[in-house]
Write a protein that binds this ligand. Structure first.
Ligand code: HSE
Length: 431
């Protein structure tokens, strides 16, 4: 059989990883695919880097790849959304399949682009767009295809997990841990994508589209990052038996689908609580299987190349890669309608009656208290006033009720600064 002929655009870390993996495992890949997979053309905007491209023709003109009639499939590893989109449009017009690691492209424009590809009779592979080397796209599309998924909860931004791990284990500040992540090359070019939850929101958009038929439109996901967390909150969470993880959560409810990315307190005994450093992990709770956990490296040259090559093998086998098909009757819930438990840190003047006032506000908003911590040794002096962080864990309540309660608490004279709130999730089989 003729080999599948690949045109590769982008020779950064991931692009080089694809070239190396296809060369190193060529026999195994050909056996799996039923035919060879050959890179016939490579484009990179920077001059030819030090990587063995075999017989592939090198060009600095990205669009040469789509113009090359010998190319069957365009692999995009450039990262830039606008350039990636132009390449996609060129590939589709030339009736070439398209494989990408670009989560921002799929999560922001996939709703428009994937139907275009389907109409042109070409496939779009994006296994590499979510959680790097973990085959979570195929898991949802194939392994769990006969299940109704109830919820997904994932650590899907390695940089945020690295930062949280450093803050928890070494008591480092957010800024210090971020600088370390950047020095190690983990963070995105714009670290705001990582630390404000945008990268995770893109990935959750894709997972939810596969599991719940929600739109490939990241604007429906609520996103909050790790950038406002303090080591103090992480310590209090530990004292209460929780770990703080940055999670992407998608959950089916009777009212609609929750789609949210934020720091979350989870019970310390959950497997997700033990996922540290840059590693990723996704729990999928589905009706036939229950909870299943997928763990592995979420980034890096070889893990991401592994995901791209798996899409190429699918194409070489002739496996249809169907685009997610959003259903108009699936409603994405606004954050105000989401129900969770909460951790609150309330900086309040250390005097009698404050806790009673806070409890009264929670009660008026029908919020039940699960635990309270106020430590004598945490009392601080500020401008002649003694104040102390009051920590409260609540039972589950709608976000709208908590918004009202937090506003009222912040309006108390005795509360000297903003209230910190972190959502709490049990992640048990019933949650
Ligand atoms: N910046 C991303 C992360 C890389 O930290 O997970 C992979 O998407």
């Amino acid at each position: 059989m003729e080999p599948l002929r690949v045109g590769l655009c982008g020779l950064g870390t991931v692009g080089r990883g694809v070239v190396e993996l296809l060369a190193r495992n060529a026999d195994r890949i050909a056996h799996q695919a039923g035919r060879g997979i050959e890179v016939v053309r490579v484009a990179s905007r920077t001059p030819r880097p030090a990587v063995d491209l075999g017989k592939a023709v090198f060009t600095t003109q990205i669009m040469d790849v789509v113009d090359d009639p010998s190319v069957d499939v365009v692999v995009e590893t450039m990262g830039d959304v606008a350039a990636s989109r132009r390449l996609f449009e060129g590939a589709v017009a030339a009736r070439k399949h398209f494989v990408t690691a670009n989560k921002a492209l799929i999560a922001t424009a996939g709703g428009e682009l994937l139907p275009q590809a389907a109409r042109a009779g070409v496939a779009v592979g994006f296994e590499a767009a979510v959680a790097g080397g973990i085959p979570i796209v195929k898991t949802l599309r194939e392994g769990l295809a006969g299940n109704n998924v109830q919820w997904i909860a994932g650590i899907i931004n390695g940089t945020s997990n690295f930062i949280l791990t450093a803050m928890a284990s070494e008591g480092r500040s957010f800024a210090d841990a971020l600088a370390d992540a950047q020095a190690r090359g983990y963070a995105e070019a714009d670290p705001a994508f990582d630390v404000q939850g945008i990268d995770a929101a893109h990935k959750l958009t894709i997972l939810a589209a596969l599991a719940f038929d929600t739109p490939l439109d990241a604007r429906v996901v609520y996103a909050e990052g790790v950038d406002r967390l303090t080591p103090e909150d992480i310590e209090y969470a530990h004292a209460l038996g929780y770990r703080v993880k940055h999670l992407g959560i998608a959950r089916r409810t009777s009212d609609g689908v929750e789609l949210r990315v934020h720091p979350t307190l989870i019970p310390e005994e959950r497997l997700l609580a033990k996922v540290d450093g840059v590693m990723n992990a996704v729990v999928v709770n589905s009706d036939a299987v229950g909870s299943s956990l997928y763990y592995g490296p979420g980034a890096g040259a070889q893990p991401t190349a592994s995901a791209i090559v798996s899409d190429l093998i699918d194409l070489a086998r002739g496996n249809a890669v169907e685009a997610p098909a959003p259903r108009g009757d699936v409603c994405c819930l606004p954050m105000s309608a989401v129900e969770t438990a909460y951790y609150l840190r309330i900086p309040s003047v250390d005097q009698p009656g404050v806790l009673a006032k806070v409890a009264q506000i929670l009660s008026v908003n029908a919020i039940s208290i699960e635990a309270v911590i106020q430590r004598e040794h945490a009392v601080r002096q500020d401008a002649g006033r003694a104040w102390v962080p009051v920590i409260i864990l609540t039972h589950r309540v709608k976000e709208a009720a908590m918004d009202a309660a937090v506003s009222a608490i912040e309006a108390l004279d005795e509360v000297i600064d903003r209230v910190t709130r972190i959502r709490v999730e049990p992640l048990d089989d019933h949650a």
